[in-house]
Design a binder for this molecule. Structure first.
Ligand SMILES: Cc1ncc(COP(=O)(O)O)c(C=O)c1O
Length: 469
């Protein structure tokens, strides 16, 4: 009887939604047990990775080292101790393939990890594609993105090294919020330089940082010499990530017991994010599929690294044929239009020189809605992978990105972060190509965060005011 009623309800639902293809009732094929097809793949707390994966151990060519800007010689580890604790400097340069995740870090990861892997069956249906689309969802972390995977690790290593206070930069606030939370959990002070346009126009993550006890300055600020110089030249300077990094580094070297913390780009940050890909690999096995193509958005490169480095490792060591694609905004196209060369990581030229795809450290990215993708360079490890032909890159304009992000929200329910939505635009294109070619394709992407604090960007799109720059 219950089955008959269920079938009637299902028929009514299907009929009432005719004409709206992506709202149509999704009828899962039944598996042998009679249950609906599984679309969510969950691991248990015991499956939280016990080690991070270091791709440096498997690159077929060594990564070019960071150089001292004056001598142009490789920077010795001691030189980095002014801004980073020794344990993180060791990780930054480690040749070890597997690096242990300390127990206190795993304990905090357990607040949200393992994160789910889902198959986006309704999005597939809307795109009318034979492709199977899977996504790893990092938006379930307390800060709403992948960033706490490294903020918790960095706060822990600083705590055990005796650091009392961390200084950092943030664009739209995702990284600042993640570090504020981690610092609070480990009893550290947190001082954040937030790009001024975001400080003014994106108040909610600033409030989140305050809730977690951080101090937040609009950058350029009156807290540093560099900030005061820029404000004297242009009091309306909107700021950029490169400027905020310079301020955070100056703050670090001028305050006692303070170290600097970076939310992307560096090797140890990419390393900490590899919990994402290791979990995803197990979950794809649970789903009984192997990805043909893997996508993630690229700002400084850390969420891309997190999902893809374990797969790139298999590409190198087991000759797997994955197509791995980094997706960036057309307005800040370091991978697709940048030059591979040594460049500074910040605007004031205080960092070592890094070998990376770069638009130049003076490049001021237009103010697109994906604030976390407005960085002039790209992680040296991600850049190296592109140079070696292990990965590819694509760039998308923001209106296309928001069109696909809206379709994803309307089919799968989750409102993606504007940054993560870049990966969705690329996935949609791949799925449409599979439809046109009439071939099955298994696609995996990283949904690196939710967009619930970015709704004004969605409103700008919905009211037709969004422009491609
Ligand atoms: C949700 C989200 N995804 C991706 C990024 C890009 O950073 P990264 O390339 O380091 O992952 C950011 C940066 O703030 C972000 O907030």
């Amino acid at each position: 009887m219950a089955t008959v009623i269920f079938d009637i309800i299902r028929k009514i639902a299907r009929d009432s939604h005719q004409g709206l293809s992506y709202f149509a009732w999704v009828q899962y094929p039944k598996v042998e047990s009679g249950l609906p097809m599984q679309t969510r793949f969950d691991l248990t707390q015991a499956d939280i990775p016990k080690t991070w994966y270091n791709l440096l151990a498997d690159f077929p060519e060594p990564l070019p080292p960071p150089l001292h800007p004056g001598t142009k010689q490789p920077v010795p580890p001691e030189a980095l101790l002014a801004i980073f604790p020794e344990n993180l400097v060791r990780q930054e340069m480690s040749p070890e393939r597997w690096i242990e995740v300390p127990e206190p870090v795993r304990d905090i990861y357990a607040l949200w990890r393992p994160t789910p892997l889902l198959r986006a069956v309704r999005f597939e249906k809307a795109l009318q594609t034979p492709a199977h689309i899977y996504y790893k969802y990092e938006g379930v972390s307390p800060a709403g993105s992948h960033k706490p995977n490294t903020s918790v690790a960095q706060a822990y290593f600083n705590k055990v090294a005796g650091t009392k206070r961390l200084a950092t930069e943030t664009g739209a606030g995702q990284w600042g919020a993640a570090l504020a939370m981690a610092c609070k959990l480990f009893g550290l002070e947190c001082n954040v330089y937030m790009v001024k346009v975001s400080f003014q126009h994106k108040p909610y993550r600033r409030m989140l940082m305050h809730t977690w006890g951080a101090t937040v300055h609009p950058s350029p600020s009156d807290q540093t010499e560099y900030g005061r110089k820029l404000l004297a030249e242009d009091p309306q300077c909107p700021g950029s990530l490169g400027i905020a990094i310079s301020e955070a580094i100056e703050d670090t070297v001028k305050h006692p017991n303070t170290k600097y913390s970076l939310g992307s780009v560096l090797n140890h940050v990419c390393l900490h994010q590899t919990v994402i890909g290791q979990e995803a690999m197990k979950q794809m096995e649970m789903a009984g599929e192997e990805p043909d193509a893997i996508f993630a958005c690229c700002g400084g490169g850390s969420n891309f690294a997190g999902l893809t480095f374990p797969f790139i490792g298999k590409k190198i060591t087991e000759k797997k044929k994955y197509r791995i694609v980094g997706v960036e905004p057309s307005a800040c196209p370091s991978l697709t239009k940048g030059e591979l060369r040594y460049d500074f990581g910040d605007t004031a030229e205080t960092t070592p020189l890094l070998m990376m795809y770069t638009l130049g450290h003076k490049f001021m990215p237009p103010s697109i809605h994906a604030g976390g993708l407005r960085y002039h360079g790209m992680s040296p490890m991600v850049s190296h992978a592109l140079k070696l032909g292990l990965i590819e890159a694509e760039a998308y304009h923001q209106t296309k990105v928001f069109e696909q992000a809206t379709l994803f929200a309307q089919t799968e329910g989750i409102v993606p972060a504007p940054e993560s939505a870049h990966a969705i635009a690329a996935v949609a294109q791949e799925a449409i190509k599979a439809r046109e070619a009439g071939c099955k394709r298994v696609i995996l992407f990283n949904l690196s965060g939710h967009g619930l604090l970015d709704l004004s960007a969605y409103e700008t799109y919905q009211t037709g005011k969004m422009q491609d720059v």
